[in-house]
Design a protein around this ligand. Structure first.
Ligand SMILES: Nc1ncnc2c1ncn2[C@@H]1O[C@H](COP(=O)(O)OP(=O)(O)OP(=O)(O)O)[C@@H](O)[C@H]1O
Length: 629
């Protein structure tokens, strides 16, 4: 009854001296001490009466107009501190102070160390003039400094921008100018790259300060290039920590909507866009992912996913929340990964489907004695790849998200009854993207013309739209793209197309830009790819549109073949393999073999490059007899 009256309802009302029969909401669980009912002679009668007061009680008690009514109960400072993930670190230092926070080669830090180092770094940043709202960039692989900067930079009030290490100098130069970065932390392996990027700055543009991150493990690869520009650095990372004050009072956000990170998208479909996320959004997604992926306290997390990729899907902050151990590595190396999983008894790791593929194809792969949980996201995982990964003892969780959502916000939440199904069927179910996380408000698939929800039949295609607390604030300096992607009705348009299955699970069919239209019919490149992956000789597959003289467009498959095969398949054999499993119009008409498919820095296949190659082949020609579907 109470909840229908007041949006901010009390959990329990305690009225001193009132008989039990006068308690209005006596079923709830926590304390709310406020005398709302007073003897009638002290208060003016009001029309608002509690209907379940006993007759006797209602005679003596009525609502005081002097007291605070339900409507007046508003947020107060005690319950309105801005949400921020930065507080996770202080807490981790209190609870897990002596436990390892980061292991990197022979170096181990504890949570006390990490807390202290981040405060010292934040203090040094402040001393150097870094202030609230400034952008501070970092280019580094997954090293301890890269992890620490996720706390230290926003603790100085600034906004962290992690730069993708695989970008070229020209793109980095554009991003740094666009972000107006004030300072860049540069791992020594990337000195030459940053040097080249800065050389491309327009003449009048102010240059950022540079701080050098030295690393013995990187020394070999980068010593000469680092000496070249050594004088350009204002300081070194470790010096800044030494100079810093460990009692520094970190700068809390004024509002939870204050920006905390700027991340550029992968650039799979167009130039990278600068996504800005706030403290609140990151707080929400971090807890959401931990809950959905069932990350236990003091888990051991191996950093196979680059932290520059959406801040490692927010698990950078997540590991502090659970006091886990971060195992850092500079490079993806399947043999090293298997060694580290065993050495440190790793419990969790993440990776785009390409990482799963590399792990399963590695000659060093061997099953584990304990379940190693792996979260895959970032691209559609073919069911064959899921199957192979699980057969090694990995427990795969499949999530879907974008840089714009700060991590996975849709998960293929697993149902116990599915464990009874045959393995192939399980893998097929798991390749679906799934259901919104608890912190997301809603997910839908809408018709691109009418904007109405499509039928929940697993066939009707529409655009995937999302709403929830971790959707970005917007794209930096791009009002048009921001308003286009987030409508007044409250939806964020993902640019992905998919279907909603009758059981409420979402499945992506393609990115809008990758849909192939053959003879007027939309064709999902993802479906064709998953059939190609069923061929045991196929290592990687991607399908794009090739202009076709008769159909307008037809599927063109690019494949790489597994290493070590004595007999490689022919184009006709690959086409024949698809014929048995796909409707005729979906069967690739062209197959191109490549040693390796081109990928973005986040491991996604660069379909726009393949599309350009397919375009350059000219229109596919057909004998007249092929003009039937
Ligand atoms: N589980 C998944 N299955 C299928 N596709 C996925 C999955 N997770 C993410 N994606 C794809 O990745 C996209 C988000 O990727 P990201 O934010 O890294 O940048 P990008 O979209 O690849 O780059 P750009 O926007 O610059 O083209 C999604 O829109 C979707 O197409």
């Amino acid at each position: 009854m109470c909840s229908t009256w007041f949006p901010w309802r009390p959990i329990k009302l305690i009225f001193k001296g009132l008989p039990d029969s006068a308690l209005v909401c006596n079923d709830y669980n926590s304390n709310f001490r406020r005398s709302m009912l007073v003897p009638t002679h002290e208060a003016k009668p009001t029309s608002l009466m509690f209907t379940n007061l006993s007759k006797k009680a209602s005679k003596h008690y009525t609502i005081s107009s002097k007291s605070i009514s339900m409507e007046d109960l508003k947020p107060r400072p005690a319950n309105s501190s801005p949400l921020t993930p930065l507080g996770f670190l202080e807490r981790a230092a209190t609870i897990y102070g002596d436990s390892p926070s980061i292991i990197y080669g022979d170096t181990t830090y504890t949570w006390s160390d990490t807390h202290c180092r981040c405060l010292q770094l934040a203090s040094s940043l402040s001393s150097m003039g870094i202030q609230r709202g400034h952008i501070v960039s970092v280019i580094s692989p997954n090293t301890p400094p890269m992890y620490e900067l996720h706390f230290a930079v926003p603790m100085a009030g600034a906004i962290l921008n992690t730069i993708n290490t695989r970008l070229d100098a020209r793109t980095i130069s554009i991003l740094l100018t666009h972000s107006e970065s004030k300072l860049i932390f540069v791992d020594q392996a990337f000195c030459a790259l940053i040097h080249d990027a800065l050389a491309l700055f327009p003449p009048e543009t102010k240059r950022p300060m540079l701080v050098l991150i030295t690393d013995d493990a990187a020394a070999e690869e980068s010593s000469s290039s680092c000496i070249m520009i050594h004088d350009d650095f204002v300081d070194s990372y470790e010096e800044m920590i030494l100079k810093g004050d460990s009692d520094f009072r970190w700068i809390r956000p004024v509002s939870e909507w204050d920006p905390i990170v700027l991340n550029y998208t992968s650039g799979t479909t167009s130039s990278p866009k600068g996504v800005v996320q706030c403290h609140r959004g990151i707080f929400i997604i971090t807890l959401d992912v931990l809950l959905e992926w069932e990350v236990q306290k003091q888990s051991v997390y191996l950093w196979t996913l680059p932290m520059f990729h959406g801040n490692g899907w927010s698990l950078t902050w997540g590991m502090a929340a659970v006091g886990g151990t971060n195992i850092c590595i500079r490079k993806f190396d399947a043999a090293l990964i298997y060694t580290l999983i065993r050495r440190h008894h790793v419990t969790h790791l993440c990776g785009a489907p390409v990482v799963l593929n590399m792990l399963t194809n590695s000659p060093t792969n061997r099953p584990f004695d304990w379940p190693v949980k792996i979260l895959t996201c970032g691209a559609p995982p073919p069911s064959e790849v899921l199957l192979r990964t699980e057969s090694l003892g990995f427990d795969v969780t499949h999530g879907y998200g974008l840089t714009e959502t700060a991590g996975p916000v849709v998960f293929c939440s697993w149902k116990a009854e599915w464990n009874q199904l045959p393995t192939k069927e399980r893998a097929r179910l798991k390749s679906r993207q799934g259901v919104r996380t608890v912190a997301m408000t809603a997910v839908d698939v809408v018709d691109q013309k009418t904007g109405k929800s499509v039928k929940q039949d697993g066939v009707s295609i529409g655009e995937i739209v999302l709403k929830g607390g971790s959707i970005m604030l917007g794209y930096l300096k791009d009002r048009d793209a921001t308003t286009k992607s987030m409508t007044e009705e409250g939806w964020f348009f993902t640019g992905d197309v998919g279907v909603m299955h009758p059981d409420g699970y979402l499945e992506i069919k393609d990115r809008s830009k990758d849909v192939i239209i053959s003879g007027g019919e939309n064709l999902s490149s993802v479906e064709v790819e998953s059939v190609l992956y069923m061929n045991p000789s196929v290592n990687e597959a991607a399908v794009v549109a090739r202009p076709d003289e008769f159909w307008g467009e037809t599927p063109c498959a690019f494949v790489s073949i597994r290493e070590g095969l004595t007999q490689k398949p022919t184009e006709e054999e690959i086409i024949e393999h698809c014929r048995g499993k796909l409707p005729r119009f979906m069967v690739p008409k062209t197959v191109v073999f490549m040693t390796e498919l081109p990928k973005t820095s986040t491991g996604k296949i660069q379909k726009y490059l393949l599309r350009e190659m397919a375009m350059s082949m000219g229109r596919a020609k057909h004998p007249r007899s092929e003009g039937k579907k």
